[in-house]
Design a protein around this ligand. Structure first.
Ligand code: NAD
Length: 545
C-alpha cells in the first residue's frame, strides 16, 4: 500500500469521438448483431454488495419501451436489510480505498474508459438502446462517449486538484491533504443517460469515497454492465455497492443513516427537494454535514431574434426538442419566435416535424423511438390533451400517441397565445415543444418574460445575427440557464467543453464532469509541520521596555 517514489502526469484529455454507424461500417454490423443477441435474452441482475452478488427474490423487470411486451432483464430489488449490508460494506471498504495511492485508484477508471470505448462499446450501446429506448447515435454520444469523457476528465481534474498545494516556508512545511468525505455517499441516478448513471457513483469514488448506488429502475441493465466493467477493472469490493430498488423506500431509509456524508443525485426537482427536506429533518443525527449535489429538471428555451436564419432555427428546434423523444433535461421545450420570422418558418417547421420517422430503435431510419414507460407516456399525453382542450393553444403538428405495442408519442408542436401557458412553464419530459409568437418590437419584453416564466434555470439558446441583441439576451438571461447557447440547440453539452448544470429549480449547479463537481467529494485537511517549534510562550509585545 505504500506509494512508490514516482509521480505521474495526466495530459488534458481529448473527447471520445462518436462512431458514424454509416451503412457498411463495421460498427453498424456489430451493433446490429448485439441488438439481436440482447433482445432475445432475459438477463437476471443481482444487487452487488461488498463485491458479492445478492439475490433478494423481490423482482422487477426491464422492458423495451418500443415493445413493452418484451422483457430483457429481471432485477432483484434491495430492501432495508440489503441497505444495511451495503452501508456496512461501504464503511468497511473505506479505510483501504482512501489510502490506495491515487495513481493506482485512477487507473481503475482509466481502464474502464478504455474497455467501454473498446471491447464493450457495442454491448453498452445495445443495452442502452433496448432498455432505455435510444437510437444508435443518441446512445453512442452518451452511453459511450460521454461516459468515457467523464472517466478521463474527472481523473484529470482530480489530479489537478491534488497538485494544488500551499506555500511552505524555510521552517514550516505546509500541505493540504485532499481527504474524501467521512462516511458514505449516496448516488441516485436517472433513467435517461447511461453516462450519468456511470458518473454519479464514480466521481465520489475516484476521490476516495465509498458509495451506495441506486440506479433508476428503467436503466438498471446498462448501469449494471458499468458496475461489472468497473469490477473487472479492479474496483475493490464495497467501494461501490449497487442497490437497485424503489426510490422512495430506499431513499428515505438511506437518508436516515448517521454515516451519510453526501448525496450525488440527478433526476427530477421534486425528488431532490424531498431528499433535501429529509436531510434537513435528520440534520442533528449525522456525524458530518452531508454534501448535497443535485442536477434536476429543466424548462429549456430557445429565443429567436428577427435576424435569425430560418434553416438554422428549424434545425435547432427539431433536434433540440425531439431527439431522444425530448427526454433530456436540456431538451428545448419552449420557443419564442418573432412574428416576422414565424410567417416564414411555420409551414416548414410543421413539415419537418411531421416528416420525422418514429418507431423501433432497432430500425436505424427512425428519428424517434418510444418514451421510457407507462408513467411517462401518461404524463406526456395529459399535457397534449390539456393543450387540445384549451382555448389558448392549438396543436399544429403531431398530437398523436399510441401505446398498443410501445410507448409512442409523435413529435408535437403546440402554438399558444399565452406566454404563461402550462406547457410553457412545466417540465413535460417528452417530444412536445410549445411556441409563443411575439411582436418583433417586443424583443426586450420577451427576454424578461422568458427569464421569469418558469422556475427552472438549466439550458437555453438565443438565435440571431444582431450582436447587440445577442448580448442583451446574454445579459437579461444571466440566471435563466446554467448552459447558455448562442446560435445552437440547447442540448448536447460535451464534458470538458460545456460543463453542465443549472441553478434555480434545476439544481445545485455543481457542473458534472468538471473540477467544481470533484471538489464536492473532498474535505481538505491542512497539515502544518513546524521544523523549529518555539521554546517560549512569551511574545515581544508583552515587554513594555
Ligand atoms: P426521477 O426523479 O423520477 O428519478 C431519479 C432517481 O431518483 C431514480 O433512481 C429514482 O428511483 C430515484 N428516486 C425516486 N424517488 C426517490 C426518493 N423519494 N428518494 C430517493 N430516490 C428516489 O427522474 P427520472 O425520471 O429518472 O429522470 C428524469 C428527470 O431527471 C427529469 O426531471 C430531468 O430533467 C432530470 N435530469 C436532469 C439532469 C441534469 O443534469 N440536470 C440530467 C438528466 C435528467
Amino acid at each position: 500500500m505504500l506509494p512508490k517514489n514516482s509521480g505521474f502526469e495526466f495530459v488534458r484529455p481529448v473527447n471520445e469521438a462518436p462512431l458514424s454507424y454509416a451503412p457498411g461500417s463495421s460498427e453498424k454490423k456489430e451493433i446490429k448483431a448485439k441488438l439481436k443477441e440482447f433482445s432475445s435474452e432475459v438477463a437476471e441482475i443481482p444487487l452487488i454488495i461488498g463485491g458479492r452478488a445478492v439475490k433478494t427474490g423481490n423482482m422487477a423487470e426491464v422492458r423495451m419501451p418500443h415493445n413493452h411486451s418484451r422483457v430483457i432483464a429481471r432485477f432483484h430489488k434491495a430492501g432495508k436489510t440489503e441497505i444495511n449490508q451495503a452501508v456496512e460494506a461501504s464503511l468497511a471498504a473505506k479505510h483501504d480505498w482512501e489510502r490506495m495511492p491515487w495513481d493506482k485508484r485512477s487507473i481503475i477508471f482509466r481502464k474502464a474508459a478504455s474497455k467501454i470505448a473498446g471491447p464493450y462499446r457495442a454491448t453498452i450501446n445495445a443495452v442502452t438502446m433496448l432498455g432505455q429506448g435510444k437510437d444508435v447515435f443518441q446512445s453512442e454520444i452518451e452511453a459511450v462517449c460521454e461516459l468515457v469523457d467523464f472517466f478521463h476528465f474527472n481523473t484529470y481534474y482530480l489530479n489537478e486538484i491534488y497538485k494544488d498545494q500551499p506555500q511552505s516556508l524555510r521552517d514550516i512545511i505546509n500541505q493540504v491533504e485532499y481527504r474524501p468525505l467521512e462516511g458514505f455517499v449516496f448516488a441516485v441516478s436517472p433513467f435517461n443517460f447511461t453516462a450519468i448513471g456511470g458518473n454519479l457513483p464514480t466521481a465520489p469514488a475516484m476521490a476516495g469515497n465509498t458509495v451506495l448506488w441506486k440506479p433508476a429502475s428503467t436503466a438498471v441493465y446498462s448501469n449494471y454492465l458499468i458496475m461489472k466493467i468497473l469490477e473487472e477493472c479492479g474496483l475493490p469490493p464495497g467501494v461501490i455497492n449497487f442497490v437497485p430498488g424503489s426510490g422512495s423506500e430506499i431513499g428515505d431509509y438511506v437518508i436516515e443513516n448517521p454515516h451519510l456524508a453526501g448525496i450525488h443525485f440527478t433526476g427530477s426537482s421534486e425528488v431532490f427537494r424531498n431528499m433535501w427536506q429529509k436531510v434537513g429533518q435528520n440534520i442533528g443525527n449525522y456525524k458530518t454535514y452531508p454534501r448535497l449535489v443535485g442536477e434536476t429538471g429543466g424548462k429549456d428555451f430557445v429565443v429567436v431574434h428577427p435576424t435569425a436564419e430560418k434553416e438554422e432555427v428549424i434545425t435547432a428546434l427539431v433536434r433540440g426538442a425531439f431527439e431522444y423523444q425530448g427526454q433530456k433535461c436540456s431538451a428545448a421545450s419552449r420557443a419564442y419566435l418573432p412574428e416576422s420570422l414565424w410567417k416564414d418558418i411555420k409551414d416548414d417547421l410543421i413539415a419537418a416535424t411531421e416528416k420525422l420517422k418514429i418507431g423501433d430503435i432497432e430500425d436505424f431510419t427512425n428519428f424517434l423511438g418510444a418514451v421510457i414507460d407507462r408513467d411517462a407516456f401518461d404524463k406526456i399525453v395529459s399535457y397534449i390533451d390539456y393543450a387540445k382542450n384549451s382555448k389558448e393553444a392549438q396543436i399544429i403538428a403531431g398530437g398523436k400517441y399510441d401505446d398498443s405495442r410501445g410507448y409512442f408519442i409523435w413529435p408535437t408542436l403546440i402554438l399558444t397565445t399565452d406566454p404563461e401557458f402550462k406547457t410553457m412553464e412545466e417540465e413535460i419530459f417528452g417530444p412536445v415543444l410549445t411556441i409563443y409568437v411575439y411582436a418583433d418590437n417586443e424583443y426586450d419584453q420577451v427576454l424578461h418574460l422568458c427569464n421569469q416564466t418558469s422556475p427552472y434555470g438549466l439550458t437555453g439558446s438565443i438565435m440571431g445575427k444582431d450582436r447587440d441583441a445577442l448580448l442583451k439576451a446574454e445579459d437579461i438571461l444571466t440566471h435563466a440557464a446554467g448552459n447558455f447557447y448562442i446560435n445552437d440547440k440547447p442540448t448536447a453539452a460535451v464534458v470538458g467543453q460545456q460543463p453542465f448544470g443549472g441553478s434555480r429549480a434545476s439544481g445545485t449547479n455543481d457542473k458534472a464532469g468538471s473540477l467544481w463537481n470533484m471538489i464536492r467529494w473532498i474535505s481538505p485537511r491542512s497539515i502544518k509541520e513546524n521544523l523549529i517549534p518555539p521554546r517560549s510562550y512569551q511574545y515581544p509585545h508583552l515587554d513594555e521596555k
